[in-house]
Design a protein around this ligand. Structure first.
Ligand SMILES: NC(=O)c1ccc[n+]([C@@H]2O[C@H](COP(=O)([O-])OP(=O)(O)OC[C@H]3O[C@@H](n4cnc5c(N)ncnc54)[C@H](O)[C@@H]3O)[C@@H](O)[C@H]2O)c1
Ligand SMILES: [Zn+2]
Length: 390
């Protein structure tokens, strides 16, 4: 190991461009989200600055490790604060009980103590399973999220939901465990495959569509700069999304009410993902794009929203290359309306047999309803599936 940290150039570069800080206000569990290029290389120093000189274990996946692990590991080693690194198998399948228990044991084998920190370096999969492990190992240790996908930077790294999947469904086992710090390094997105980037963009657009019309208008104007990873545009898109999420999470940490608005498009999306077997056939963000399009179309059909807002929501998702219809799901036979409604009825957002749906009165004006009857939904989906829009 050389004495000179390999990350020095990155650390100098960052010094010129200060990251944006977004606070997440949750009383004693408050934390900050820093957003900007080059933060992975600065992580060890930022942890020391904000959380004190703790020992850190890193959890990542093999894809992320290849591109981004060394700069983080080296600096922690130089400071003498690296307790070990666990490299997990990339992909959704890692969010299961056996990977979780192996990870907990690995962290204990590294000698993790109560005051130590676990760093989750990766996308939403790594963030969710690492957050879960951190919440139960030694009855809970601190976790620092270093999200490396757009989806994780705008959404999953903030808010404290952790979890794994079981044969009964996705994210049905988990905890609320807020991170102590989130560092969204926009430069890591340079290595993210385009399809993953685009899928994550659906979640950013969601924040505009559910509660911030000005942000949505900004995205309509600036999405090409965001997609070309132009640092200022990217930082702004992430920061505004995180502010949107932070405001909602601060009002409703455990999803008793307002936080459900974050599920815009998600009841449809989860049913589509279940139908495609949670596979690469349809990424989560792609399912969310179709789900948002359906939510806006249904809102327009039922007279909650004008046709123009549905057209602009769907038009923008389509313009950036996201799917907006069920017919666009690749790989053969799509679902029929009846089976989709059935799957939606099994969603974890069902309470007392009533399905919650997030609909919209317009751009930036989402609301929660439990009043849409299954036959109405099925008729709407039959119409939609019968009239594919490419
Ligand atoms: N906790 C929450 O609040 C919350 C919210 C939304 C989604 N999620 C969860 O997030 C998960 C999806 O997250 P995701 O879309 O980030 O998927 P992911 O973590 O599987 O990452 C997608 C792919 O990109 C690779 N990758 C990640 N960063 C990279 C980089 N910088 N360069 C190159 N490759 C990189 C990964 O190895 C993986 O193959 C789902 O399991 C979902 O349930 C959780
Ligand atoms: Zn989502």
């Amino acid at each position: 190991m050389s004495k000179q940290p390999a990350t020095a150039p990155a650390r100098q570069r960052v010094a010129k461009q200060r990251p944006l800080h977004v606070p997440v206000r949750l009383g004693k569990r408050s934390y900050r989200v820093l957003i900007g290029p080059g933060l992975v290389a600065l992580t060890a120093d930022l942890i020391a600055k904000y959380l004190g000189p703790a020992k850190c274990a890193i959890v990542t996946d093999a894809n992320v490790a290849r591109h981004h692990l060394q700069q983080l590991e080296t600096r922690l080693q130089v400071l003498g604060r690296h307790s070990g690194t666990a490299i997990l198998v990339p992909g959704e399948a890692t969010k299961n009980f056996s990977a979780l228990s192996r990870l907990c044991e690995q962290l204990l084998e590294m000698g993790l103590e109560r005051n130590d920190i676990v760093i989750a370096l990766g996308g939403g999969v790594i963030g969710d399973v690492t957050g879960f492990a951190a919440s139960i190992v030694r009855r809970g240790v601190r976790v620092v999220q270093l999200p490396t996908t757009l989806l994780a930077q705008v959404d999953s790294s903030v808010g404290g939901k952790t979890g794994i999947n079981t044969p009964q469904g996705k994210n049905l086992v988990g905890t609320f465990h807020q991170p102590s710090l989130v560092l969204a390094d926009t430069a890591t997105l340079a290595t993210l495959p385009e399809r993953q980037f685009r899928a994550g963009y659906a979640e950013a657009a969601k924040y505009g569509l559910l509660g911030d019309a000005a942000f949505f208008a900004w995205l309509e104007q600036n999405w090409t700069a965001v997609f070309s990873r132009q640092p200022d545009a990217l930082t702004k898109a992430i920061a505004v999304s995180v502010q949107g999420k932070a405001a909602i999470v601060a009002r409703d940490e455990t999803e008793a009410g307002d936080r459900m608005l974050l599920n815009l498009g998600h009841t449809f999306a989860h049913a589509l993902e279940a139908f495609t077997g949670f596979s690469d056939r349809l990424l989560h963000g792609e399912a969310v794009a179709i789900g948002i399009a359906l939510a806006f179309q249904l809102s327009a059909d039922l007279g909650f929203a004008g046709p123009n807002s549905a057209a602009s929501a769907i038009g923008h998702l389509h313009a950036v290359g996201l799917p907006t219809t069920i017919a666009q799901i690749p790989g053969g036979q799509g679902p029929d309306a009846g089976s989709l409604v059935k799957i939606m009825g099994q969603d974890k957002k069902v309470r007392n047999g009533k399905l919650s749906l997030v609909l919209a009165r317009g751009i930036g004006d989402a609301f929660l309803t439990r009043e849409i009857a299954a036959p109405t939904l099925e008729a709407f989906l039959s119409r939609h599936i019968g009239q594919p829009r490419s």
